[in-house]
Design a protein around this ligand. Structure first.
Ligand code: ADP
Length: 401
C-alpha cells in the first residue's frame, strides 16, 4: 500500500520471520517512491524524444518517396483521366526519371501513340468508306432513275404506237373486204397478220414496262374461275384445232368457285400459257386444269395447270425461260417467233397477285406450266358440283386421244 507521510509517497512491505514453525518476528521495509517516479518520468521523456525523431525521419523519407513514386503515378492517373474524358490521344506523359516509373511512362506514351495512329487510320478508312457509300448510293439512284425513265418511255411509246397500229389493222381488214383479186387478198392477209403480231409484241412491251415502272394497277372484283378458264380455252381452241390438237379444261368441283381478283390479268396469264402450249405442240392434247391446294404457309390457293404433249424444255433452261427476253435457244425465234417476254410478264403478274409460277418438263415428252393464286374470299358455285342429274345416265365417250 502507498502511504503519504510528510509530503512523500512511501510503499511499505511487511513479511513474517519464521523459525521452526513459529513466527518469531516481522520485517518491515519502507521505500520512498519519489526516486521511482522521477526515473519513470525520465524514461518516458527519452522514449517520447526517440518517437519524435522517428516521426520526423519517417516524414522526410515518405516525402522523398512521394516525390519519387506517388507524384508521378498520380500525374499518370490524372493524364489517363484526361485522355479518357477528352478522347484526346495526342496527350503525352512527361517523364521525370529513368527508373521503373520512367519505363512505365514510356510504355504509356507508346500505347497512346499506337492508339493515336490506329485512330487516324480508322478515321481515314471511315472517310473513304463514307465517300464510297455516298458514291454507290448516288450511282444506285441514278441507275434506278434511268431504269424508271426507260420503263416510262417504253410504256409511253408502246401506248402511242398502239393507236396507229389499230388504225392499220382496221383499215387492212376493211381493205380485205373490198373485192380484191387473189394476189391482192394474199398480200393484204400478210399485212394483217404482220400487224397483229406487231400489236401483240407492243402489248407485251407495254405490259412489261408498266410492271417495271410499277404503274400496273390490279383490279379486285368478283369473278368465276370456271368462266375465265373456259373463256381462255375457247379463245385458243380454234388455233389448236387448226393444228389438230385437242384442248380440254378440267375444273375440280372444289375449285369451282368465284373469288376476288383481277380476271383480265388471270386470263392474260392463261392465254399466254395455253398459247405457248399450242405453239410448241404438234400433236396430242392440251389439258388445262384448276384445283385447290394449301400452300406451305397454310394459305388456301388455286392451282392452274397447262399441260401439253409438245417439244418440252431442257432441264437447265427451265428457270431461264421466265427471264425477260429469254427463249430456250436461238433456234426458237427462228422456228416459232416471239420475243421471250410472255413468261416474264406471266411471272411478274402472278407474283403481283400473290402467287407463284413454275414448270415441269421433259424434252420431247411435254411440259406442265403451273401457277397459283390466293383463293381470296371464295364462294362455291351452286349447281356445278351436282352430279345427281347424270348419275343414272349411261355415257359413251369417244376421243382420238
Ligand atoms: P415467246 O414470246 O418467245 O414465246 P415466252 O416467254 O412465252 O416467250 O417463252 C419463252 C420460251 O420458253 C419460248 O421461246 C420457248 O423456248 C419456251 N417455252 C414456253 N412455253 C413452252 C412450252 N409449252 N413448250 C416448250 N417450250 C416452251
Amino acid at each position: 500500500a502507498v502511504h503519504r507521510v510528510e509530503g512523500f509517497d512511501y510503499i511499505d512491505m511487511v513479511r513474517p520471520v519464521q523459525f521452526d514453525g513459529d513466527t518469531i518476528g516481522y520485517v518491515q521495509v519502507r521505500a520512498n517512491l519519489d526516486r521511482l517516479v522521477s526515473r519513470l518520468i525520465s524514461i518516458a521523456t527519452s522514449a517520447l524524444g526517440v518517437l519524435l525523431i522517428a516521426v520526423v525521419i519517417a516524414y522526410f523519407v515518405s516525402a522523398r518517396l512521394q516525390a519519387l513514386i506517388s507524384t508521378p503515378i498520380l500525374s499518370l492517373v490524372d493524364l489517363m483521366r484526361r485522355v479518357t474524358e477528352k478522347q484526346n490521344y495526342r496527350l503525352r506523359a512527361e517523364k521525370t526519371s529513368n527508373d521503373e516509373i520512367g519505363v512505365l511512362f514510356d510504355g504509356f506514351n507508346e500505347m497512346l501513340e499506337e492508339i493515336n495512329e490506329r485512330d487516324s487510320k480508322l478515321a481515314e478508312q471511315n472517310e473513304e468508306l463514307e465517300v464510297a457509300a455516298e458514291a454507290s448510293l448516288k450511282a444506285r439512284e441514278a441507275a434506278e432513275a434511268a431504269n424508271t425513265a426507260k420503263s416510262e418511255f417504253l410504256a409511253r411509246m408502246s401506248h402511242e404506237i398502239r393507236t396507229p397500229m389499230n388504225g392499220v389493222l382496221g383499215m387492212t381488214q376493211m381493205l380485205a373486204r373490198s373485192g380484191l383479186n387473189r394476189e391482192q387478198q394474199r398480200l393484204t392477209n400478210i399485212v394483217e397478220q404482220s400487224a397483229e403480231s406487231l400489236l401483240e409484241i407492243i402489248n407485251d412491251v407495254l405490259d412489261f414496262s408498266k410492271i417495271e415502272a410499277r404503274k400496273l394497277v390490279l383490279e379486285k372484283k368478283r369473278f368465276e374461275v370456271r368462266q375465265v378458264t373456259e373463256d381462255s380455252v375457247d379463245l385458243l381452241s380454234a388455233r389448236a384445232l387448226d393444228k389438230g390438237l385437242g384442248v380440254v379444261a378440267e375444273i375440280d368441283p372444289e375449285a369451282d368457285v368465284s373469288i376476288l381478283g383481277d380476271p383480265m390479268r388471270i386470263r392474260q396469264v392463261l392465254l399466254n400459257l395455253i398459247g405457248n402450249a399450242v405453239k410448241f405442240t404438234d400433236h396430242g392434247e392440251i389439258l388445262v386444269s384448276v384445283a385447290r391446294e394449301t400452300s406451305a404457309s397454310g394459305e388456301e390457293m388455286l392451282r392452274f395447270e397447262v399441260q401439253d404433249s409438245g417439244i418440252g424444255i431442257k432441264d437447265n433452261n427451265l428457270q431461264l425461260i421466265f427471264d425477260s427476253f429469254s427463249q430456250e435457244d436461238g433456234s426458237t425465234t427462228r422456228r416459232f417467233g416471239g420475243t421471250g417476254l410472255g413468261l416474264a410478264i406471266c411471272k411478274q403478274l402472278v407474283n403481283l397477285m400473290g402467287g407463284d409460277i413454275g414448270v415441269r418438263s421433259a424434252r420431247g415428252v411435254g411440259s406442265v406450266f403451273w401457277f397459283t393464286l390466293p383463293e381470296t374470299d371464295p364462294i362455291l358455285m351452286p349447281g356445278n358440283t351436282a352430279t345427281s342429274a347424270i348419275e343414272a345416265l349411261k355415257v359413251l365417250l369417244v376421243d382420238e386421244n
